[in-house]
Write a new protein. Sequence first.
Length: 220
Amino acid sequence: MKLFVWDLHGTLEQGNDKAVVDVSNRVLAEHGRSERFTYEDGAKLYGSRWYEYFAWLLPQESYETWSRLQDDCFRTSERDIALQCKWLRPTDHAIDVLSRIAEHEEWHQILVSNTRVANLKIFVDVLGLTSFFPDGARFAVDGHTLDGPVTKRDVVRTYLEGKRIQDLVFVGDSPSDMRLTEIAGGTSYLYSHDEFPFRACEADYKIRDLREILKGCQRR
């Protein structure tokens, strides 16, 4: 069996970098703060934990303040789906690639995201990915705190227990996604949208087109 382990933000979706800015600026206004993020800031900070955005914008404040702003951002994004999903759309060719993988009886795929459970369901539904990642095939690890209860590594290791998987393929946009190969081997694909630079890390392949993954599977 071949297993594809997908990241969501920055990999299977595009536009969330702008949504993060919109939500953050609303929360800042609600807290009576005058500071604001620009979309350029959002592109530069994208991939950071949400509280780290506020650490960058408000370096004089404490982790408690950053965390409180982050919590309000999550509540706002869960309450106002239109605001959260205004810019959100699937990455180019994502649906086609996921569909091609789903056609193979011995190929399986899961989604592991650093977002929270409620937010992940919203994202998956809005992006039209629910048929590829139903319950049991999507995992939210809530990785936006200093001491989150679980990590992507924990989720993948637990998922692999008792399964006979001959080939692992990891697709993501971050160093932590690429390091998942340390669990049980596999092939890593570091993806980046055209407007963003590749994150600094080791990867078997660096791609800007998700279709390269299918080509790689044909070569192996």
